[in-house]
Write a protein that binds this ligand. Structure first.
Ligand code: PGA
Length: 251
C-alpha cells in the first residue's frame, strides 16, 4: 500500500488526475471505474481541463459506474447517475457506448447486476478503480455488515444500506429522498482491479482513514481489506491525514 499525503485539497485533485492520466496513457481502451460523490469531483474537473486542452483523451477509455441508489435515476439530483453524467460524461462529450452506469430505476435489480458484470467482463475486467471511502469504511456500497456476514462478493450485488450510509445519503439530495438499498460492484470484483486509487479528503474522513489504513485490516472496515492489493494507492489531503499520518510513505 502506498500512502500519499497531498499538500492541499487542490493538490490532491491534481495528484489524483496525474495518476488517472498516467493510466490512460499506459492502458488506452481499458475500463475505468469512477466513484461518484464529493471526493472525486475536483479530480474530475482537472481531468476535464486536461481533456479539453488535448493533453489526455478520456474517450480512449471505457467506464463502469461504481454504484447507485436503488429507486433513484438521472432525474433525481444526487443520484450517482446524475452526478457522473452531469459532472463527467456529458462535459467530456463521452459517447454513450463508452460508459455504463447502474440503472437505479430498474424493476429487475438482479438482472441489472448481471448486465454490469457482462459489461465489465466484455471489456477485460476493471482496469483502474478510483474510489472514495464512506464514514463507515465502505467502498462503493460494500457495507461493513455485508462484508462481515458474507465476505467479499464477486460480480455485482444489491445491498441493504446501513444506517450510516442512509443518513449520509441525504447530503447528496436537494430534497429528502429515502434510500434503503443500493446497487454496487462487489468488493471482490473491485479488489480484482488492475490498480486502485482511493481518495479521502477533509477532517470528517480522518478517523475512518486511520482505522482503515493504520489499524488492523477487518471486514468491519471494508476499505482496510484493499491493503493487500499489489497496486493500491491511498491519496489523502492534510485534513484526512491529520493526527494519524505523517509524510508520504509506502508500506
Ligand atoms: P463522498 O462519499 O466522496 O461523498 O465523501 C464517499 C463514499 O461514501 O464512498
Amino acid at each position: 500500500m502506498e500512502i500519499i499525503v497531498a499538500d492541499t485539497a487542490d493538490h490532491l485533485d491534481a495528484l489524483a488526475a496525474d495518476r488517472v492520466a498516467d493510466y490512460i496513457r499506459a492502458h488506452p481502451g481499458r475500463l475505468l471505474c469512477l466513484a461518484a460523490g464529493q471526493t472525486p469531483l475536483g479530480m474530475m474537473r482537472v481531468l476535464l481541463d486536461r481533456h479539453r486542452r488535448g493533453e489526455i483523451d478520456l474517450g480512449a477509455m471505457r467506464y463502469a459506474g461504481l454504484d447507485d441508489w436503488l429507486g433513484l435515476g438521472y432525474a433525481d439530483a444526487g443520484s450517482c447517475a446524475q452526478f457522473l453524467r452531469d459532472n463527467f460524461y456529458h462535459p467530456a462529450g463521452m459517447p454513450a457506448d463508452r460508459f455504463r452506469l447502474f440503472d437505479g430505476l430498474t424493476e429487475a435489480p438482479e438482472a441489472e447486476c448481471r448486465e454490469m458484470e457482462a459489461w465489465i467482463a466484455a471489456h477485460g475486467g476493471l482496469g483502474l478503480s478510483v474510489l472514495g471511502i464512506g464514514l463507515n469504511g465502505h467502498v462503493g456500497f460494500n457495507e461493513p455488515e455485508h462484508l462481515v456476514r458474507h465476505g467479499p462478493s464477486r460480480g455485482c450485488l444489491v445491498v441493504d444500506l446501513d444506517e450510516t450510509t442512509r443518513r449520509v445519503s441525504q447530503k447528496y439530495f436537494a430534497k429528502p429522498l429515502p434510500v434503503a438499498r443500493g446497487l454496487t460492484i462487489g468488493f471482490a470484483e473491485l479488489a480484482a482491479s488492475d490498480r486502485i486509487l482511493l481518495l479521502a479528503g477533509g477532517a470528517a474522513k480522518a478517523d475512518i482513514a486511520r482505522r482503515a489504513f493504520a489499524e488492523n485490516a477487518t471486514p468491519a472496515v471494508p476499505a482496510s481489506l484493499l491493503r493487500t492489493h499489489p497496486r493500491f494507492t491511498v491519496l489523502l489531503d492534510p485534513a484526512a491525514a491529520a493526527g494519524w499520518h505523517g509524510p508520504s510513505n509506502t508500506v
